[in-house]
Design a protein. Structure first.
Length: 329
């Protein structure tokens, strides 16, 4: 992989959606964090989308997918003009402890406020026909739909519609606990759980298309990265540290169609899940070379499994679990 020294600038011309992903998710939000987030260069694809001018405000609303809430960020202009102030995040320590340790301790879902700046306003109408490009943001196991909120905001600021569904394995509710956490989910009912995740993502894709989106991309972290890599179709994808551990056949990590479209893979060299234990960074790199040889890759030094998540969410984990929780980058 190559990490050029020059900074990525906000795109102002017609570019491929794959280029947009790299610029939006990494440079837009982290352009002032050059030490941890150096620029990434992605191969150009055929021009498929013309970006809108940068938005001065972002509309936020929620819809229901598969019986659960999904967060939506879109270019502003049709909302109430009233800042939302904070996202309302539900967090269940009971589900987390039951899933990881199999013990009946902890509290049920409690509401946490994730503060946002005044540019994020309350949306009132669905963004029908307002965006030609859309992205589904897929969170990981025992995580939340707000884990990638910073990416949703950055995409909407550049004229892209983003939706983040809540999965059954989210810690925002008490349903769908898997004893043993990630590895328990791998060993117990994994195939059925992965199929249900893909069904939710497919529903989100159809929702974007109903809103007039022509070009759909998928971004996922951890198990969400696995989910987007398993989706069938010619999607532009970003997989952030999404790899299945042994004894799973590595081929199950990637649908064959992944090799036919742009893919960006990001995995830190200090990743606690993908570079430790039954997995290793070398094994993950080998999977990418074997099943997605066209992929652009970034394996940065000093970056752990949670470093690319929204720091506002990571801060909440730290408040609850102290040194046992992940640290903001």
């Amino acid at each position: 992989s190559e990490v050029p020294a020059r900074p990525v600038r906000r795109p102002t011309r017609t570019v491929g959606l794959g280029v947009c992903f790299a610029a939006f998710t990494l440079s837009h939000r982290y352009r002032h964090r050059k030490r941890l987030y150096p620029a990434i260069e992605v191969k150009r694809q055929e021009p498929v989308i013309r970006l809108q001018a940068q938005q001065t405000c972002i509309d936020y609303c929620e819809v229901t997918l598969s019986g659960r809430p999904a967060s939506v960020w879109c270019p502003g202009g049709t909302g109430t003009g009233k800042p939302i102030g904070a996202y309302q995040l539900q967090f269940s320590t009971q589900k987390l402890i039951r899933s990881v340790f199999g013990l009946p301790f902890g509290d049920g879902p409690s509401e946490i406020e994730i503060q946002v700046d005044r540019s994020v306003q309350q949306g009132t109408n669905l963004p029908i026909g307002r965006c030609s490009a859309g992205v589904v943001l897929v969170h990981g196991l025992l995580c939340t739909r707000f884990d990638l909120a910073h990416i949703g905001e950055a995409l909407a600021a550049e004229g892209v519609l983003a939706i983040a569904p809540e999965m059954e394995d989210s810690v925002s509710h008490n349903d769908g606990s898997a004893p043993g956490g990630f590895f328990g989910a791998v060993l117990v009912g994994r195939l059925q759980a992965e199929a249900r995740r893909r069904a939710v993502v497919q529903e989100a894709v159809e929702w974007l298309k109903e809103c007039g989106v022509d070009n759909v991309g998928l971004v996922g972290h951890s198990r969400g990265g696995v989910t987007v890599s398993q989706m069938r179709g010619p999607y532009f994808r970003v997989n952030m540290a999404g790899f299945l551990p042994p004894p799973v056949d590595p081929q199950e990590n990637f649908d064959p169609t992944v090799a036919d479209a742009p893919l960006l893979v990001i995995c830190g060299r200090e990743d606690e899940v993908c570079a430790r234990g039954p997995l290793s960074l070398e094994a993950c790199q080998g999977m990418v070379r074997r099943f997605a040889p066209q992929a652009e890759t970034w394996y940065p030094e000093g970056i752990g499994h949670f470093a690319l998540l929204d720091p506002r969410v990571i801060e909440q984990w730290q408040r609850r679990f102290g040194i046992m929780g992940p640290r903001p980058p």
